[in-house]
Design a protein around this ligand. Structure first.
Ligand code: ISE
Length: 335
């Protein structure tokens, strides 16, 4: 079997976790190249995995030693690297968000249409989580009737010192923006951020929590509570309410202990542990897509849809009003 040579840009926490997964779990892939804005991090990773170090992401993308690229660098760097991959004609899995703004995503859509082949997959790994996948099947099978509402919570324990208010949308709620339109097979019409009582324990200068309200074109409503930090655990909740019933995202299985007159089920605190199965399935399906020359899961269009909505949420925080989510008509290329 010819292994696909994967270049990884970004050797921070998520980059390293992906490299380990590729090495341990994906026999059809080998990590052939790494790079990072902080070259020491890339050099260390290259030594650990006996792979090649590249000074810049651009050099890695252009190298003949790389068949496909995984981008796990800082959010602000995603769009330029994705464009470079498209220009080099190489498949790319880009961690979420695809870009920081819808305008950057539009450039990506244009570039992809110009080369005439879908190359971009976006790291919306929740679509591969078995819990979300079961919910989606349940909704699609009509088991709760017409969906009316989604209640979602995204609660984090901590954030890096560099965290800012907008990142609660672009980096955190972006998952719910994708998964909700996927679960409902609907697009958004409006987006609004509501002012809520703030957590006085937040360490940093950002709004926490934030409550986001979305309305879809068919009139369904989605309420997302985002606690970027200071929550009791990393807790992801999602409930779809339909005309005939509701369906809930299952919590990941954990042991249940009984002692001191209490029944206890531990919760996770670190987001990187919660969706391990989803990340693994995502990588497996991405590599299969690379081999079969197609994109699996969320593509550039989905990355764009999430970013247009994120832009509207950020505008809404400034205007205090519900903002229209102004998406371009879907090009035939993405149908
Ligand atoms: C983090 O950056 C992620 O990427 C996780 O997927 C998300 O759940 C978490 O809230 C973010 O802080």
């Amino acid at each position: 079997m010819k292994k696909r040579k994967i270049g990884v840009i970004g050797c921070g926490a998520i980059g390293k976790a992906h490299i380990q997964r590729l090495a341990d779990r994906i026999p059809e892939a080998e990590v052939s190249a790494v790079s990072d804005f902080f070259s020491e991090a890339a050099k260390e990773t290259a030594a650990k995995y006996d792979t090649c170090f590249y000074q810049t992401g651009q050099e890695l993308i252009e190298s003949s030693n790389v068949d496909a690229v995984l981008i796990a660098s800082s959010d602000a760097s995603h769009a330029d690297y994705v464009l470079a991959c498209i220009q080099a004609g190489k498949p790319v899995l880009c961690e979420k968000p695809l870009a920081l703004t819808a305008a950057e995503c539009e450039a990506i859509l244009e570039a992809e249409m110009k080369v005439g082949r879908q190359l971009v997959q976006v790291g919306f790994m929740r679509r591969y989580d078995s819990g979300y996948a079961e919910m989606k099947q349940f909704v699609d099978d009509g088991k709760i009737g017409e969906p009316l509402l989604i209640h979602a919570c995204h609660r984090n324990v901590y954030q890096p010192d560099t965290f800012q208010t907008d990142m609660a949308v672009t980096n955190v709620a972006i998952h719910e923006l994708d998964i909700s339109r996927w679960l409902l097979a609907d697009e958004y019409r409006t987006a609004q951020v509501l002012t809520v009582k703030q957590n006085s324990k937040t360490r940093g200068d950002y709004l926490n929590p934030q409550l986001m309200l979305l309305e879809t074109r068919s009139g369904a409503r989605i309420v997302i509570e985002v606690q970027a930090s200071c929550a009791y655990a990393y807790d992801i909740q999602c409930q779809v309410v339909g005309e005939n019933g509701v369906v809930n995202l299952p919590d990941p299985p954990r042991i249940c202990s009984r002692s001191d007159a209490a029944r206890q089920i531990p919760l996770m605190t670190d987001w990187s542990e919660r969706f391990v199965q989803a990340y693994e399935t995502e990588l497996q399906r991405w590599i299969t897509g690379v081999i079969e020359e197609r994109v699996d899961g969320a593509g550039a269009w989905d990355g764009y849809a999430a970013c247009v909505t994120a832009d509207a949420l950020i505008r809404s925080r400034q205007t205090g009003e519900a903002e229209l989510v102004k998406m371009m008509d879907k090009p035939v290329f993405y149908m």
